[in-house]
Design a protein around this ligand. Structure first.
Ligand code: GRF
Length: 187
């Protein structure tokens, strides 16, 4: 199966997925990176890995439908079967949702439905909970609202900082996301 990854930033999850394909842990092909921030580090990662990348500036389009139509063309060109959102900081609209129904997943750094949206790590620290985690879920039109596929919890220790918690969460993400993708695509 051919996967397109959507990302907006650092792309450490993109890298973890690519590495899992290389090691044989994830049986799939990473065929395309879609990025709405052309200067983001994930673009450099794709170049280093020789993975085709489509970048765009959303502001240069009239609306979401207009840029999603262009993305859709790219997905068709590369015969994409499945989409993984890995730090893609936008809501997906009906143009993509209708064509890829049940075939778009996202990773989010909390135990959803707790702490959806931006800075879920900061939200968990501010709430004073002792446990947060990671969720992989199907994508719908809402913000982190789709059906949960798998979750892993992460303890918040005394003296935990934003940085230390973020690191613990990312370590879990880098295992969980390739794992869930492999299950979804190969069983
Ligand atoms: C991850 O924490 C992911 O859960 C969230 O955005 C972050 C992306 O990190 N949706 P990276 O760009 O993969 O390093």
């Amino acid at each position: 199966k051919k996967i397109a990854i959507f990302a907006s930033g650092n792309g450490s999850n993109f890298q973890a997925i690519v590495d899992a394909v290389k090691s044989g842990d994830l049986k799939a092909e990473i065929s395309l990176l879609i990025c709405d921030k052309p200067e983001a580090y994930c673009v450099e990662r794709a170049e280093k890995e020789n993975i085709p990348c489509f970048t765009f500036y959303p502001k240069e389009f009239q609306n979401k439908e207009a840029y999603e139509q262009v993305i859709l063309k790219k997905l068709e060109e590369y015969e994409i079967d499945f989409i993984a959102l890995a730090g893609y900081m936008r809501l997906v609209g009906p143009t993509l949702l209708n064509q890829f129904e049940g075939k778009i997943v996202n990773i989010h750094p909390s135990l959803l439905p707790a702490f959806p949206g931006k800075d879920a790590v900061g939200q968990a620290l501010a709430a004073g909970v002792t446990k947060t985690g990671v969720t992989v879920h199907f994508v719908d039109e809402g913000m982190d609202t789709g059906q949960v596929i798998e979750q892993r919890s992460v303890d918040i220790d005394e003296g935990e900082t934003h940085e230390s918690l973020q690191q613990k969460i990312q370590r879990v993400e880098h295992q969980l996301f390739p794992d869930v993708l492999n299950k979804l695509l190969n069983s």
